[in-house]
Design a protein around this ligand. Structure first.
Ligand SMILES: Nc1ncnc2c1ncn2[C@@H]1O[C@H](COP(=O)(O)OP(=O)(O)OP(=O)(O)O)[C@@H](O)[C@H]1O
Ligand SMILES: [Mg+2]
Length: 265
């Protein structure tokens, strides 16, 4: 009589162990699935946040550029043309002969310089060359202006790129402008080289100089990166491009922005 009872007890113990085991396995599986879902949700949330921030940046850059275009056009159309009219009127004055009237000669010279300044400022605010002739030509214009204003030797190799809309071209142009200005201001370089190229898979802009270089991670870590590099990061985000900064003390700086071209299958 004892034996079947013993067997029954053994079965019961075995059954209990099995139930506990099953329960434990279920809890572990539930925990793993829960963790996985949590992780997936976190990743999704992060990517939504990232996308939201990117869109916020894009629209603030777009608003900034729109305002620049408006100011640039107003400067050109209102002030620039008024100054040109004044210059024409002065030229018509019968005593405008610079030999006879040095004051008039001074006014004419100042006026000419101011007209050129207004033109430069409005072109800086609104690089109309981009809309007319595209990015390669825009960079050519940029290099010409910078080479006139600094002793640095600039070189440019620019392919005609296709497939970019105006705001993307403008973003590349602004990046090249800021990087060149940084080379002029901070690097002490004698040469700056700008390259724009397009392959089947990407469009790439690089600006390199042979100056003193800098430690970008350290600079960023100390919060010492100015508005310039931050705005480049923002434009890079807006473009959905990648950026590589190769720079170290004494080895010059090379900054590459690469925009992968989406393949439509
Ligand atoms: N080509 C370069 N060579 C050496 N140092 C550089 C170069 N580019 C940037 N830097 C360093 O990085 C710093 C941050 O550059 P960033 O463009 O962000 O700011 P900034 O030029 O000082 O001011 P701004 O806000 O007017 O652009 C510079 O102050 C400089 O120390
Ligand atoms: Mg700067």
């Amino acid at each position: 009589m004892d034996k079947p009872k013993e067997i029954e007890l053994k079965y019961m113990v075995f059954g209990c162990i099995m139930v506990i085991l099953l329960l434990a396995i279920s809890i572990v599986i539930f925990f793993i699935v829960y963790q996985k879902r949590l992780l997936a949700q976190q990743i999704k949330l992060q990517s939504v946040q990232h996308e939201y921030q990117r869109e916020l940046l894009s629209s603030s850059i777009a608003a900034q550029e729109k305002e620049r275009v408006r100011i640039g056009q107003d400067l050109h159309d209102e002030i620039g043309s008024s100054l040109s009219t004044i210059k024409l009127l002065i030229n018509q004055l019968h005593y405008a002969d610079p030999e006879k009237n040095p004051v008039i000669a001074n006014i004419r010279e100042i006026l000419s310089n101011t007209i050129q300044d207004v033109k430069n400022i409005s072109l800086n605010l609104y690089p109309s060359v981009l809309t007319k002739f595209g990015l390669a030509e825009g960079l050519q214009y940029l290099v010409t202006v910078l080479a006139q204003a600094s002793p640095i030797i600039f070189s440019l190799e620019a392919d005609d790129v296709t497939g970019l809309n105006y705001s993307e071209e403008l973003a590349f142009y602004r990046i090249a402008q800021e990087l060149s200005n940084n080379s002029i201001k901070h690097s002490g370089a004698t040469n700056v080289s700008i390259k724009l190229s397009q392959s089947t898979t990407f469009i790439e802009l690089s600006v390199s100089d042979n100056g003193q270089g800098f430690n970008y991670p350290e600079l960023k870590g100390n919060g010492q990166n100015g508005i310039g590099l931050k705005s480049i990061e923002a434009r890079k985000e807006m473009l959905k491009a990648e950026m590589r900064i190769d720079s170290s003390a004494g080895n010059g700086t090379c900054i590459v922005v690469r925009l992968p071209l989406l393949k439509t299958l």
